[in-house]
Structures are given as structure tokens and as C-alpha cells.
Design a protein around this ligand. Structure first.
Ligand code: AMP
Length: 451
């Protein structure tokens, strides 16, 4: 029979292996603590939603809807989608659960996988995790500043450095259409300089021309009228206040008139946080965005809910992990390493050691154990590698006698202890070892030997 090709994960989708989990747990824990401190409550929404939710919310002529959604039909001919982002789902949940009757603002945070059928490359996957905040029911510019402040605090709490906030205003339903007409007219006369994609986009989503990375399009963009100069009084005032709040909280930011974001629901403030990159290409001062978001005052009413101003952001967890590694941020150990190791010989020894393991675990002293290995020598090698202080050995004789050999790893001194006294003896010995300390050269010395 022909040998089967070994199965592989799908392009752009990855396993998160045990060695990586320390990063994921670290970020999740920081998110949980920090977001709760700022009064955000966790919400989980399903990964599958009606496709129309995203068609309506994210909007046509966006990359997500046009090219990147995983849409499928069920037996009943329902069109469903794997969520490409979570703001639409949260807006749906807000409406569905009548959250407008709750004290406003409603402050929510989330964590979970998103799916976009994009071209996989570094920092761009087809399944990736986002964690984000949504603050619903508050239209004040202070809310924009608050969520930005939490985003910066989140990244800083992870130990990330050289963060850079770019910010812009996209106006609202009153002033943006007037500006879009101006921009379309401007682009029409320069169509021949644009890349093929932008030549199509200039009519349907002209703002996207401004964030095109193709050199010619960037040159055209630089000459284009800027939305910031065409905001109406209300939008200008909103943006000015956001900036004033950011000044007050001393958040470093750059005004970026080319920041437009690829989702249609944004109004007023949009922002991205990335890393400052040195020695970069011309005009490319920033790395890929770690966090991106903005205000979306029209989304909930667009989906049929009550008119509700809202603002939020999403952080890309894989990208954050890649920067944590790049900046060699030290991740604190989640649980202290074991101080004791249980080694055993034979079936009876294994049985006894399992019981002992549980007794120690319940006593708050989690041991390490390696049941698969038979030779005591091999097990002690593992104990050495784990740098435990004590090895508890249950050989065949000890298993029958109801005793344990307690071996001090640093001196090799051994003592036979009865099972009844083992926990108390180990606690006492660990205390004594703790009162000694490690000299800089790694030798363990007792305080009395100190010069
Ligand atoms: P967006 O939902 O497009 O505003 O993206 C918000 C954040 O999610 C970005 O700043 C990235 O950090 C992350 N992100 C977006 N798309 C991807 C992707 N395809 N792969 C990995 N991370 C992504």
C-alpha cells in the first residue's frame, strides 16, 4: 500500500507548541489584569457568524470582505463566515443582548482567533489571535484617549519598548463625503500614475490609495488634499480634544494623514501602535502595527441597533510575541520551578511515587517526576538538569518498607525517612537549604562561610 503523505497544518495556520505557551500565558495574564483594572469585562463571541454581519459592518470594497473572508454554506443554505475580526461580533452582541439598557459606557474586552484568507507572510497569518477592547456608549474624546492609553499601557506592561502611536481623524458622515469627492477629483487626474489596484480603488474606496505602499501611489498621496484640513467644526473639535488628552497623559504620538485603516466602519479617530524602526526604507519609519483601532459611531445603528457611539482596538498577539522575542524581553516564570524530584524503581515504586506526588502537590510543594524512565541513574540526571534541591527515591526495598531515600542534590548526602514523616522532613530540609545561598560563581555556601 502506498505510504500516506504525513498530514500538515493548513497554510497560514499554526500549532502553538508547548515551548511557545509561556508567551501566550504571559500576555493573556497581563491582558486579564490590566483590562479589569480599567473596568473592562470579558466577552467571548462565537468564531462563526452570519456572513452578512461582516458584509454589512466591515463593508464592501475592503480587502477583508472582498478577498479574505472564509465563507461557507450550511446544509440549510445559510451563509456563514469565520470571523475576520471581532468588533462586528461585539456590536451584534451589544444589540442582541440589549446592552444599551445597561449603565453606559459598556466596556468589553476579548481574546480569540480571527481568520483571514490573506497571503501568508511574516506577521500575517490566516488564523491569528487578537485581543482587544470595545468601549460602547460614550462619544466623548476622553473615551478615545482612554482606550489608546490602555493600549499603550498593555504593550508597555509586556516590557515592549520603542512604541510609536500614529493617529488621524477620518471625519464623520457629514464631512467625509465632501472630502471624498475632492479626493476622487484629485485622483482622477493622476490615474495614470497609480498602480493597477489603486486605479480600481480610486472610485470605490479612494482613501485606500493614501495607504498604498507602491512608491508612485505614495508620491501621488503626498500631493493629495488631506482629510485633516477638511474636517468640519465638530470633527475638528473632537480630534483636537483627543490630542489634548493624549498630551495630558504624555502619550507620544505622530499625526499621520495617511492612516486610513481598511475597514469602513471607522469615524473620527483612527490609530495604530507599532514599533519605531531605525535604518528603514525611505518613508517607512514604522514597523507593522501591533495594535490598530478607532472610533465607530455609526456601526451599531448600521446593524439595526440604537445609535451608540463606540471606540476600540485590536492587538495582534502573534506580532506581539514576535517583538517580545526580537527585543529579548525576559518572560517571568509562571510557576516556580520544582525543588524536589521523585525517582522510583519497579511497578510498586511507581505506584507509591504517584501517591507521594499527590501528597506533596496537596501540601503545596509540587514535585517533578519522570515515570517513564526505569533507571534511577537516568532519573537523577533529569533531577540534576531541573536543578532540584532534593531527590526522593523509592526503590524496591523502600516501596516494601514504606520509606523514602531523601538525597540532597548538592552534597549527595542521603537519608532514609519513613513515609509518615516525609513531608515534614522535606519541608525542614528545604528550609535549611534556603538559608544557605548561591555564591556568584555558582558554589553553594552557608552564611557562616561568608568572608
Ligand atoms: P485589524 O483588525 O486589521 O485592524 O488588525 C488589528 C491588529 O491585528 C493588527 O495591528 C495586527 O497586529 C493584527 N493582525 C491583523 N491581521 C493579521 C494577520 N493576518 N496576521 C496576524 N496578525 C494580524
Amino acid at each position: 500500500m502506498a505510504k500516506l503523505k504525513p498530514p500538515q497544518s493548513i497554510k497560514g495556520m499554526h500549532d502553538i507548541l508547548p515551548a511557545e505557551q509561556v508567551f501566550w500565558q504571559f500576555i493573556y495574564q497581563k491582558a486579564t489584569e490590566l483590562f479589569a483594572d480599567y473596568g473592562f469585562e470579558k466577552i467571548d463571541t462565537p468564531v462563526v457568524e452570519a456572513a452578512t454581519l461582516f458584509w454589512q459592518a466591515v463593508g464592501q470594497d475592503t480587502d477583508i470582505v472582498d478577498k479574505e473572508m472564509y465563507v461557507f454554506k450550511t446544509g440549510g443554505d445559510e451563509e456563514l463566515a469565520l470571523r475576520p475580526e471581532n468588533t462586528a461580533s461585539i456590536a451584534r452582541a451589544f444589540i442582541e443582548h440589549g446592552m444599551q439598557v445597561l449603565p453606559q459606557p459598556v466596556k468589553l474586552w476579548y481574546w480569540g482567533p480571527m481568520f483571514r484568507h490573506d497571503q501568508p507572510q511574516a506577521g500575517r497569518y490566516r488564523q491569528f489571535f487578537q485581543s482587544g477592547l470595545e468601549l460602547l456608549g460614550d462619544g466623548h474624546p476622553a473615551a478615545d484617549a482612554e482606550v489608546i492609553f490602555v493600549a499603550l499601557g498593555f504593550l508597555q506592561s509586556l516590557g515592549l519598548k520603542k512604541l510609536c502611536l500614529k493617529i488621524n481623524s477620518l471625519g464623520d458622515e457629514h464631512c467625509r463625503p465632501v472630502y471624498l469627492k475632492l479626493l476622487k477629483d484629485f485622483l482622477k487626474n493622476r490615474s495614470r500614475y497609480l498602480c493597477a489596484t489603486c486605479r480600481l480603488r480610486q472610485k470605490t474606496s479612494p482613501l485606500r490609495v493614501l495607504d498604498c505602499k507602491v512608491e508612485n501611489c505614495r508620491e501621488v498621496g503626498k500631493e493629495a488634499p488631506q482629510l485633516l484640513d477638511h474636517l468640519d467644526e465638530r470633527c475638528r473639535e473632537h480630534f483636537k480634544k483627543v490630542i489634548e488628552f493624549l498630551d495630558e497623559i504624555k502619550a507620544p504620538y505622530t499625526l499621520d494623514p495617511f492612516l486610513v485603516r481598511g475597514l469602513n466602519y471607522y469615524t473620527h479617530t483612527v490609530f495604530e501602535i507599532s514599533l519605531e524602526e531605525k535604518g528603514e526604507e525611505k518613508d517607512q519609519k514604522f514597523g507593522p502595527a501591533l495594535v490598530a483601532g478607532g472610533r465607530y459611531n455609526g456601526l451599531i445603528s448600521l446593524l439595526g441597533g440604537p445609535s451608540t457611539p463606540a471606540v476600540g482596538w485590536a492587538a495582534g498577539i502573534e506580532r506581539i510575541i514576535s517583538v517580545l522575542k526580537q527585543q529579548t524581553v525576559k518572560i517571568p516564570e509562571n510557576r516556580p520551578p520544582s525543588k524536589i524530584f521523585i525517582a522510583q524503581l519497579g511497578d510498586l515504586g511507581k505506584k507509591k511515587s504517584l501517591v507521594l506526588f499527590e501528597e506533596f502537590r496537596q501540601a503545596g510543594l509540587l514535585p517533578s517526576i519522570s515515570l517513564g524512565r526505569d533507571s534511577i541513574k537516568a532519573q537523577l540526571r533529569v533531577a540534576n538538569r531541573l536543578e532540584v534541591k532534593l531527590a526522593l527515591i523509592i526503590g524496591q526495598k523502600e516501596a516494601l518498607d514504606g520509606t523514602v531515600i531523601v538525597r540532597e542534590m548538592h552534597s549527595g548526602i542521603q537519608e532514609v525517612v519513613s513515609l509518615e514523616e516525609i513531608i515534614a522532613t522535606v519541608k525542614k530540609k528545604l528550609k535549611v537549604i534556603k538559608s544557605t545561598f548561591h555564591h556568584e560563581d555558582g558554589l553553594e555556601m552557608s552564611p557562616k562561610n561568608e568572608k
